[in-house]
Design a protein around this ligand. Sequence first.
Ligand code: ARG
Length: 588
Amino acid sequence: MKKIIDMISKELADGFAGAGYDPSYGKVTLSNRPDLCEYQCNGAMAGAKTYKKAPFMIAEDVAGRIKDRPCFEEVSVVKPGFINLKLNKEYIADYLNKMGEDPALGLDPVENPKMILVDYGGPNVAKPLHVGHLRSAIIGESIKRIARKMGHKVLGDIHLGDWGYQMGLIITELKKRQPQLPYFQEDFQGEYPEEAPFTIGELEEIYPTASQKAKEDEAYREEALHATYLLQNGHRGYRAVWNHIMAVSVSDLKKNYEKLHVEFDLWKGESDAQAYIPDMIERLKAEGYAHEDQGALVIDVQEESDTKEVPPCMIQKSDGASLYGTTDLATLVQREEDYHPDQVIYLADKRQDLHFLQVFRAAKKTGIVPKETELVFLGFGTMNGKDGKPFKTREGGVMRLENLIAEINGEMMKKIMDNRTVEEEDARKTAETVGLAAIKYGDLSNQAAKDYIFDVDRFTSFEGNTGPYILYTIVRIKSILNKYREEGNALDSLTILPADSDCEKALMLETVKYNEVLEAASEELAPHKICAYIYDLANAFNRFYHETKILTEEQEEKKQSYLGLLKLVKEVLEACIDVLAFEAPERM
Ligand code: ARG
């Protein structure tokens, strides 16, 4: 369905054209004086200079031409030349009824769907997930779902950190502890055991231990580096240990991401890029893109328009080892071969922006990706504690994701039990559902690039701009709809009638914005716009709910219209939280 704002912009454009002005002045925006009007057009002021005419006169010309158009209830001109607009109530009701009949709620798929690859999550194998990975997963999942909803073809890739030094560390530590294992016998020819020589719990202890030792002991560090080198160059036993690490970690990661409602289509990682590195480096050297610099191999990425120095992208260290940039470039080679994406969106901490700038420029310059491929880095800010410093445990350590989730769920549980609408056993499940919404909404309602404060009290509150408030609103609507159904009524084909109160009209005006908001969120990669929208929509609904007798409305047609509107509002809210990747319980 056409967006409301486009339809009224078209009316205004026609009005300007009809009165002899350039139609591009007919741009309509939401009103910034909601007390006076619903939408407004400021084109007359913009055109005044061109036409050497008072803006008020231009506005009057245009208003005179459009005031009888069926979509407007009121068109008024206010000095110096604002055109203030109020929409016709029948027109809105008609739009809402059409939205209700459309399974996509009025959202048209994009005309030219793109193949989009979203690189997010980015956990490092064998290290526990911590809050830093949370943002990547939450924002990335939402970006992926929004793009998919718009009709793009989207693949989400977890891009595991599964090939670096941390692997060498684990192998080294394991070898010290259990030197008798066949993986470490250089002359071992047989089949390696199928069972991993560690559990996930042990793995999570082995890694930090090894990492600590390497920091304190240079010889240990050398050994781990050498183990990394051997692994990357095909050492059979180490490769077998690596396979175990992968199997154990990945199954644990899957469980964790599932709890977060984060679903990856691809479970690829840095290791998958390895096979593409030698040929890539050969080509880049042969074609003169890469040159030696103090023993290392680099690609220059400085551009003339740069005001700051952009250091070259390093693709090989002097000892022959690959780097983060090498892996990301080789991954692009692989992605180009396998998926030929129109757009690749990367989610990582915004402090990685130089890395991505270098990689993107190197990839374009060397033809690893075609010029028209959009490479986008969506860098996110830090999640801080109430003290404004990066979120830590009470003891000052890095907060593990599961502990953070447990903390939120515990708080949610308390609040839900206080409410006493749910039995204790159901309450636990509900606390998990609402807790997840609290975390995700708390994150997504901020612009991704900004740092934000993780505030358990605020995030779990049922009031204010929070996930639980949104869910509470949905639950409230569900319960009204259920009561209506229990009275023996059907919920389909309820006709929405023109609003007869301000609060009803306000609710309707919010509801019709759904397609516009989703489109903007998709184009701007801005899930926070959806959060802002559902907060406004929930507020509009709650005001309507408090001012209106819904189920006790005596006029049958009116009552049906209210329920039709409620059903649509619920569907819109649910569609929105679905792309934010959380859901509402039945009760709370
Ligand atoms: N594993 C990396 C980290 O923990 C994030 C990976 C981001 N994606 C990428 N293609 N570099 O920081």
